[in-house]
Design a protein around this ligand. Structure first.
Ligand code: ADP
Ligand code: ASP
Ligand code: MG
Length: 440
């Protein structure tokens, strides 16, 4: 069985939902994971922020406006009067719940419950639409099987067991619709897999059922060789290895949630990226096959903080780095890049929630300098470190101040740290000289 995931734009309008219906209605049994309609999760986050800031009126206004938008979409989508009413009743229950939330005290638990509503809305509406169109589908509630553990990792054994139980209650369905993104945490409370998490839901289910393939359907024809939001003339890449895709996703290629390939790579389950608006385009196939050497794609990750830790004691002292790492470990803060010299070590983090505490502890053993608003530019491909183009990098970026370089950590990745204000120029220059064959 295949798992197909459709993102926010793919379910964001009646026309696109009709495209999705045509793509999935091919007579094959499948699991279909849906995101919230585009814009909904952002709006729910904004409502939640209003509640956190005691802006109850602002929250209520947004809830009412969103409620109306949903009603007008339902009127276009569901011409069957019974289904139209049934879905409006369900949707109103959700919006009434959101109004109740607006008067409650803010907590993380409340926020998680608010942002979970987007996927509940889209899946209920879409499943009803399939029923109207005479398609044999059923709705599998993700909260019955999707769960993360205390480390926020998917609890695969639990998911496997409970997915099986849930799907078996709907044995004769052809299409199983379920919510992306949402899950329970280790206390059984509503939680989520972080923004963009529906991709991750799809591969977690793919691994749990040993799917033949996972397909991520979105609004672009596969992984491009650079970020199309900032760079002109980007092109789709037809094949990527799991390693290459994992690096790109982790280092900012928004088309994939950072963890997307993790659940499926061990079982060698291919992941195909496809365009809902142009289904005949090849897209990108992610598999264990590695193709030609060299720089294949570039991605960038923003909101990076660089920390320089300088200490005379580092000189010939073993155990210094251990102490440094232990401090980051205490605050569960992952380090992305690291470079060292004789007297200093520079490293980067993207989660600065505990930065002040970390700096306080580092201050006891070293002198600390912090640079905020940094971006990691990541060059990815097979054997990039040995490739002839690699030596051109310094020349291409001669006008850009490169703060750190990570080379040789893996054969698939070279990372550069630049000030975020230099990001777009750097991406465009790298694109022109590496992929557009402009000569230096
Ligand atoms: P969905 O809602 O379907 O999950 P996303 O917005 O999360 O879609 O991801 C698709 C978007 O990712 C594209 O529209 C594109 O702007 C952006 N993107 C960023 N980097 C890349 C890349 N390297 N290749 C393709 N798309 C990218
Ligand atoms: N709806 C969620 C978000 O906007 C999850 C997803 O779209 O993948 O982040
Ligand atoms: Mg996404």
């Amino acid at each position: 069985m295949k798992v197909l995931k459709f993102g926010g734009t793919s379910v964001g309008s009646v026309e696109n939902m009709s495209n999705v219906k045509n793509i999935i209605n091919d007579g094959e049994k499948k699991v279909v994971v849906l995101s919230a309609m585009s814009g909904t999760t952002n709006m729910l986050v904004s409502i939640s922020n209003d509640i956190a800031g005691h802006e109850v009126d602002g929250a209520i206004e947004k809830i009412k406006a969103l409620h109306e938008t949903y009603f007008s979409t339902i009127d276009k989508l569901l011409t069957n009067a019974n289904l139209n009413k049934k879905v409006k009743d369900y949707v109103s229950e959700i919006f009434n719940f959101l109004v109740e939330c607006a008067y409650k005290d803010f907590s993380e638990h409340l926020e998680n419950n608010i942002v979970a509503q987007g996927e509940l809305l889209s899946t209920y509406m879409f499943n009803s639409y399939l029923q109207q169109e005479g398609i044999n589908s059923s709705l599998l509630p993700a909260l019955k099987f999707m769960r993360i553990d205390a480390e926020k990792e998917p609890d695969i054994d639990y998911i496997k067991r409970n997915f099986e139980v849930t799907i078996n209650t709907f044995e004769d369905s052809e299409i199983y619709i379920t919510q992306g993104f949402i899950c329970l945490d280790d206390d059984g409370e509503v939680s989520n897999l972080q923004r963009g998490g529906s991709d991750y839901t799809a591969t977690i289910i793919g691994a749990a059922i040993k799917a033949d393939e996972v397909q991520i359907w979105t609004d672009i024809d596969g992984m491009h060789n650079n970020d199309p939001r900032y760079v002109e003339n980007t092109k789709p890449i037809s094949n990527l290895s799991f390693d290459e895709a994992a690096e790109l996703a982790y280092f900012g290629a928004k088309i994939l949630h950072p963890q997307t390939v993790t659940p499926v790579r061990a079982d060698n389950i291919p992941v195909r990226l496809k365009n809902t608006m142009n289904p005949s385009a090849h897209g990108t196939l992610i598999s264990s096959v590695t193709s030609e050497n060299g720089i294949k794609a570039i991605a960038a990750k923003d909101n990076i903080t660089a920390i320089k830790i300088k200490s005379a004691r580092m000189l010939q002292a073993h155990g210094f780095l251990k102490k440094v790492f232990e401090i980051f470990e205490t605050y569960k803060t992952p380090i992305d890049m690291i470079t060292t010299s004789e007297v200093a070590v520079s490293l980067t983090i993207d989660d600065d929630k505990h930065l002040s505490k970390i700096v306080e502890e580092l201050d006891q053993i070293a002198t600390i300098e912090i640079d905020k608003n940094q971006s990691i530019i990541c060059l990815v491909g097979h054997s990039v470190v040995n490739h002839q183009d690699t030596c051109k990098l310094f020349q291409i970026l001669q006008d850009v101040k490169i703060r750190m370089i990570s080379y040789g950590g893996s054969k698939n990745n070279i990372s550069l740290l630049v000030d975020t204000k230099d990001k777009v120029t750097s991406l465009q220059k790298l694109n022109d000289y590496l992929f557009e064959l402009v000569t230096l």
